[in-house]
Design a protein around this ligand. Structure first.
Ligand code: ADP
Ligand code: MG
Length: 377
């Protein structure tokens, strides 16, 4: 049984139990939708971040983790076309983590992002954990009643869009696996070009934003171009400190622009698969329109990464993948908060079939994004 079979089974189990007419959307979407009195619906989501699976404590300051813990849940609220309002966060941590400055740094990052969107932290829980740190992030928001944008309402002929760029977070993860590390002021260690574990350390005091800082590679010092350092840092931050498309979510929901929506957390191929399955439709993507993260394109030649594969299957970009009825396409804003949306394909009536066209060639796009309890890409 995989993660998604388990969730489907849970969903079936809830169908034979007590029902409430106030639960408008239960298990299966990015967030749950609950009707309120008046003309609003509540939208609420929870996300678990587990040390060793979703993050490593030694790769970056805890402030970035605090930011990410909130961002992943803000992204699910945005994927419902909702406005985030409040949050809860629960943390389990081993005694030695409690004793250092982890919690202070975590909340510095968490509050900075919460303040940006006026989200109010209104509760949570703290517990001692035995080995690993675990974080549960909950965010609540609201929409006008009946306006939540679901995964299940795309129709054949709808046009498919995605915000921002794809593949950056997955490239960042590869760079971290190759040894890249972030400190409070920037990169402290660079990815090794080949073997794991032979990362290069940025020399103490060297300024990334200066010109060609010197880094140590093994025993010999090596020059690295500032532009490459900036690219590496940007990609590592795409993984460790993602932006949630909060503004886009609100616009797409309030202006009734999106007919269906999901956020790209597992990877485009997998998340488009979830949307299509739940809407009982298929999709045809245009390969040349997939917005590959600009930094990924810059780095790929030098680091043997496949940019299109990263953009199609890489997870954690937290962009919004949405569909638009053909008549509404001209109403879409060009940018929201400086971020564009790209028109990448069309919904088809071939249920569950996702295809991608490259020139005259068309092939099936298998979901190869992230899945818990299975091998990832
Ligand atoms: P996302 O990636 O958008 O956060 P998930 O893949 O984590 O979504 O979850 C998909 C759906 O399954 C969501 O609607 C979520 O609420 C539901 N779900 C996941 N785990 C559980 C669980 N343990 N109990 C009930 N519902 C769950
Ligand atoms: Mg989601």
């Amino acid at each position: 049984m995989n993660e998604f079979d388990f969730i489907r089974r849970l969903r079936e189990q809830t169908r034979t139990r007590n029902q409430s007419p106030r639960i408008l959307t239960g298990i299966g979407d990015d967030a749950s939708v609950i009707s309120e009195a008046g003309n609003r619906d509540f939208v609420v989501t929870t996300d678990l971040l587990v040390e060793g699976v979703d993050f490593y404590r030694d790769t970056a300051p805890a402030s970035l983790l605090g930011h990410k813990a909130l961002a992943v849940s803000l992204s699910d609220i945005a994927a419902m076309g909702a406005r985030p309002l409040w949050s809860l966060v629960s943390i389990g941590m081993p005694a030695e983590v409690w004793a250092d400055d982890f919690k202070e740094s975590f909340f510095e990052g968490y509050f900075a992002l919460a303040d940006r969107y006026g989200v109010v932290l209104c509760g949570g829980d703290v517990s001692e954990a035995k080995d690993k740190t675990v974080i549960d992030s909950i965010v609540g928001g609201e929409v006008n009643s009946g306006r939540a944008v679901l995964r299940s309402t795309a129709q054949p002929g709808d046009q498919i869009f995605v915000t921002g760029g794809l593949g950056g977070a997955a490239a960042g993860l590869k760079l971290i696996e190759m040894g890249a590390r972030m400190g409070p002021k920037g990169l402290t260690s660079l990815p090794a070009p080949s073997k794991r574990g032979t990362s290069r350390t940025v020399r103490e005091g060297s300024e990334l934003r200066g010109t060609s800082p010197t880094v140590r590679e093994g025993s010999k010092a090596a020059e690295i171009h500032t532009s490459e350092l900036r690219t590496i840092e940007a990609l590592v931050l795409r993984q460790l400190c993602p932006d949630a498309r909060v503004g886009w979510g609100i616009v797409l929901g309030e202006e009734r622009l999106a007919s269906a929506m999901i956020d790209v957390s597992d990877g485009l191929s997998s998340d488009l698969g979830h949307l299509c399955r739940q809407s009982n439709v298929g999709a045809l993507l245009q390969s040349e329109r997939i917005p590959i993260d600009k930094e990924v394109t810059k780095l790929c030649g030098r680091r043997a990464l496949d940019p299109l594969a990263l953009a199609l299957h890489g997870g954690e970009d937290f962009e919004l993948l949405f569909t638009v009825r053909p008549d509404d396409v001209t109403r879409l804003p060009k940018r929201v908060d400086g971020v564009k949306a790209s028109h990448i394909g069309e919904i088809t009536n071939q249920s569950g079939v996702i295809r991608i066209a490259e020139g005259r060639r068309i092939w099936d796009l298998q979901p190869r994004g992230f899945e818990h309890f299975s091998r990832s890409v």
